[in-house]
Design a protein around this ligand. Structure first.
Ligand code: SF4
Length: 384
C-alpha cells in the first residue's frame, strides 16, 4: 500500500490514538523493555520485523503493517532525526516536530508566545492565546533528554508570565538534568515582585542564568524600545531582586538606531550601578519579526558604530565586567574587540556568505543570521 504523505511529513500506517505525544527517538531495536515505552523506534528494516513494546515506530518506506500499533511513515524532510532527539508527534495533524536535537549545541524551548513587552525589534512577536500546551510538552520532554546535554535555553514571549509553572519547570530541570546549564531569556519585569524572585532563588539550580534586556540608561528610552511604560523600573528592580537571591543575571543590549546613541552612557550606567551582574552581552540585530518589519527605522551598519561599541566595551572591561559581543562579523569590528566577539548565532540559523570562503577568520567568526540578507554591512571583507 503506497501512502501519500501529508505536507507536515508524517502519516499513520496503522491504528493510533489521535492524542499528541512526546517521545525520544531511538535507532536501537534492542532497547530494554522499560525504555521502549518512551521511545519511538526509527526502523530501517521490514515492518514484519518490528520488535514489540515501543511507544511507536517510524519507517522511511511505506509498507503493509498488520500487527503493530503506532507505526508512522516519516517524510524525507525529517530524515535528519537521530537517536536521542525528542519529538512531538501529532497523529491527527500528521505532524512531527523536533523539540530537542541531541547533535545540536542550540536547544531552546519556547514556553509561551505571550509577553507584557512589545519591543520594536522583537524577533518573536507576542500572541495572546492560551499556549500552555507548550509547557505541557516540555514537561514531558525534559525527562527524555540526555543527562549529558550541555545547555538548554528557555525563551518566549515572556517565560516569567508562567509564574509558578516556571518555578516548577526549573525544579524539573534541576532534578532531571542537574549537569545541564539553563539559560532563560526574560524581560525581568515580573521579578520586581520580590517573592517571585525568591521562589526562583529557592530552586537552587546549580547552573542557571537569566538573560535580561536593558536598552538604555534612560528609563523613557528603554520604555520606548519595549513599548511599555514603567518597564525600566520593573526590570531594574527585577534584576536587583534576582541577584539578591543569588540568581545569575546577564544583561542584554541590542544595538540598533533607537539604542546606539546612548550605548556608551548605558555602559557607564551599568559599570556604576549594576557591576554585580554576571555578564553583559552587546548584540547585533536579528532581522526577523518586528525587526524585519521595522528594518528601515532600526538598521545601522556595524561599521558606523565601531567607535561607540569600542567605548562601551572598554568601559565595561575597566569595571571588571565579563563582556561579550554577539551577532557581529569579525570584519565589521575593530580588531581590538575581536577577543570579545562570540559565535553566538544558533547553528540552525547561522550562515556564511561566498566572501567568507577565502577568509582566514572564518573559523572564529560568528557569521550571519540566515535572515540577514535584507541588510549587510559595507564592511564585509575577507581576510586573506
Ligand atoms: S569575511 Fe566572512 S568569515 Fe571573514 S570576518 Fe567577514 S563575515 Fe567573518
Amino acid at each position: 500500500m503506497l501512502v501519500k504523505l501529508s505536507a507536515r511529513g508524517l502519516r499513520a500506517l496503522s491504528a493510533t490514538s489521535p492524542t499528541p505525544f512526546v517521545a525520544r527517538i531511538s535507532e536501537n531495536p534492542a532497547l530494554s523493555e522499560s525504555e521502549r515505552a518512551s521511545n519511538l523506534l526509527l526502523f530501517p528494516g521490514e515492518a514484519s520485523a518490528l520488535p514489540q513494546g515501543f511507544r511507536g515506530y517510524l519507517l522511511r518506506r511505506a509498507m503493509q503493517v498488520s500487527d503493530r500499533d503506532n507505526v508512522y511513515l516519516l517524510g524525507s524532510e525529517h530524515y535528519y532525526l537521530r537517536t536521542g532527539d525528542v519529538v512531538r508527534i501529532d497523529p491527527a495533524r500528521g505532524s512531527v516536530s523536533a523539540l530537542y536535537r541531541a547533535a545540536s549545541r542550540s536547544n531552546t524551548f519556547l514556553v509561551t508566545e505571550r509577553c507584557d513587552n512589545f519591543c520594536v525589534m522583537c524577533s518573536q512577536p507576542p500572541k495572546r492565546h492560551d499556549d500552555s500546551w507548550l509547557v505541557d510538552d516540555l514537561e514531558q520532554a525534559i525527562p527524555l533528554i540526555s543527562s549529558e546535554a550541555a545547555e538548554i535555553g528557555i525563551t518566549g514571549g515572556e517565560p516569567a508570565l508562567l509564574g509558578e509553572r516556571l518555578v516548577q519547570l526549573l525544579v524539573l530541570l534541576r532534578r532531571c538534568l542537574p549537569r545541564t546549564s539553563v539559560h532563560v531569556l526574560s524581560n525581568g519585569r515580573r521579578f520586581a515582585d520580590s517573592s517571585f524572585a525568591r521562589r526562583i532563588g529557592d530552586v537552587k539550580h546549580p547552573d542557571l542564568m537569566f538573560g535580561i534586556p536593558l536598552y538604555s540608561d534612560l528609563p523613557e528610552e528603554h520604555d520606548y524600545v519595549v513599548q511599555a511604560r514603567g518597564a525600566f523600573d520593573e526590570t531594574v528592580r527585577g534584576i536587583l531582586n534576582l541577584k539578591r537571591r543569588r540568581v545569575r543575571v546577564e544583561l542584554r543590549f541590542v544595538i540598533h538606531r533607537e539604542t546606539v546613541t546612548r550605548m556608551p552612557e548605558f555602559a557607564r550606567f551599568v559599570a556604576r550601578n549594576l557591576t554585580f551582574v554576571d555578564h553583559v552581552a552587546l548584540m547585533g540585530l536579528e532581522p526577523v519579526g518586528f525587526a524585519k518589519a521595522n528594518i528601515e527605522a532600526l538598521w545601522i551598519d556595524p561599521v558606523d558604530y565601531k567607535g561607540a561599541l569600542g567605548e562601551a566595551v572598554m568601559t565595561l572591561e575597566r569595571a571588571g565586567m565579563a563582556t561579550s559581543i554577539y551577532n557581529h562579523q569579525l570584519c565589521t569590528l575593530d580588531p581590538r574587540l575581536h577577543r570579545f566577539a562570540r559565535k553566538s548565532i544558533s547553528d540552525w540559523k547561522n550562515i556564511y556568505i561566498e566572501t567568507c570562503d577565502s577568509c582566514h577568520w572564518k573559523e572564529d567568526c560568528g557569521g550571519f543570521f540566515a535572515s540577514a540578507s535584507l541588510r549587510r554591512s559595507k564592511g564585509i571583507v575577507a581576510y586573506t
